[in-house]
Design a protein around this ligand. Structure first.
Ligand code: 3HC
Length: 313
């Protein structure tokens, strides 16, 4: 009875658009749902540094290198905000890393695709960060306080990421014939995986029911995907690139673009560990984590020493 009453009061609080803070009572299922989503979001930010990091030493100019370095550094910060928000739900960073390393936790499918040339770095910034912005702007209104507040900060930085990618694509699309072909090829390879970032269709999304009820998700997978398509198709037109979808067509009645069917077999293959770079991404993360052990030990020892000094003083 007691729990039922508490759940009722909890839902009334959500329906009043009040934020849930870490110390508030929350149903265990809500807490677990958030740990799943926020941790996978954090993992995505950190793993997402790999495909771009691959091109820091190969950037075509010092300016491009500096901009890419700044973007990748931002992603690390986004991961830290999100891990910190997740830890307020009562799970440790070590547990989160262990869930990632054992495959128990996912990260965004898009990061399992390779970045083969500099145009891919443009396409990642333009499409992947563009899709992330659509999703994250919506998440600024999510019901869990620390997650919502982290999104506000992340969205500010994400806009710069999308612009730097779009600038690269524009430069190449309006450059030599070879550069234009590279930009179009990058768009052809990354367009559909970018649409998969929004998750399965609403009807096939096992988590969306609760996510919407608990106001974790404020718009559905399909609504956000449609928003992304509607704004990105016109951006492609401006720089003279074509979207690789023969079924793409403006639907006056709907006020949106109709588009072709996503390859869901590919999606489930990739999210279940069988994408082009899944093994490589996890092996790299594990190696970096192991090689970073001495930093964690030194930081912990230093913090312990500071505490002792403070207590003795
Ligand atoms: N990649 C990997 N897994 C995915 C996925 C994707 N693109 N889309 C869905 N899934 C998984 C879900 O995690 C879920 O599996 P799980 O139950 O084991 O976690 C399953 O597929 C079914 O999907 P649902 O729609 O039921 O799951 P959700 O309700 O969690 O919706 C989501 C999926 C839309 C990705 C939602 O979790 C979300 O909005 N997450 C926060 C945003 C996020 O994680 N973005 C990732 C990109 S971050 C990024 O791009 C960094 C930027 O700086 C470049």
């Amino acid at each position: 009875m007691e729990n039922l009453k508490l759940e009722e009061l909890f839902q009334e609080k959500l329906d009043r658009e009040e934020k849930i803070e870490p110390k508030d009572w929350m149903p265990e299922k809500y807490r677990k749902h958030l740990i799943r989503q926020v941790s996978q979001h954090a993992h995505s930010e950190v793993i997402g540094m790999q495909p771009e990091g691959n091109w820091i030493t190969r950037a075509p100019s010092l300016r491009h290198k500096v901009v890419l370095l700044a973007k990748i550094q931002d992603e690390a910060g986004h991961g830290l905000y999100l891990y910190s928000a997740c830890e307020t739900l009562g799970i440790s960073r070590d547990e989160l890393n262990e869930q990632l390393h054992t495959g128990k936790a996912k990260y965004s499918s898009i990061f399992n695709y390779p970045t083969l040339n500099w145009a891919d770095i443009g396409a990642v910034g333009w499409l992947v960060d563009g899709a992330a912005i659509v999703n994250q702007v919506s998440l600024q209104r999510t019901s869990f306080g620390p997650y919502a507040r982290g999104m506000v900060r992340i969205c500010k930085e994400e806009s710069f990421h999308q612009r730097q990618g779009y600038e690269i694509m524009a430069e190449m699309a309006m450059g030599s014939q070879e550069q234009k072909e590279m930009a179009q090829d990058a768009l052809n390879r990354l367009w559909w995986p970018s649409l998969m970032m929004f998750g399965p269709h609403d009807a096939d999304s096992p988590n969306s029911g609760n996510a919407v009820k608990w106001k974790i998700k404020r718009e559905s997978n399909d609504e956000l995907r449609q928003k992304f398509i509607d704004k990105t198709v016109d951006q492609a037109k401006v720089i003279g690139l074509s979207i690789p979808d023969p079924d793409l067509k403006w639907n006056e009645e709907r006020g949106h673009y109709d588009f072709g069917e996503i390859n869901w077999d590919e999606f489930y293959q990739v999210i279940n560990g069988n994408g082009p770079n899944n093994v490589k991404r996890l092996a790299h993360h594990k190696r970096a984590h192991d090689e970073g052990e001495w930093v964690r030990e030194a930081a912990t020892a230093y913090a312990r020493k500071q505490t002792i000094k403070k207590n003795v003083a």
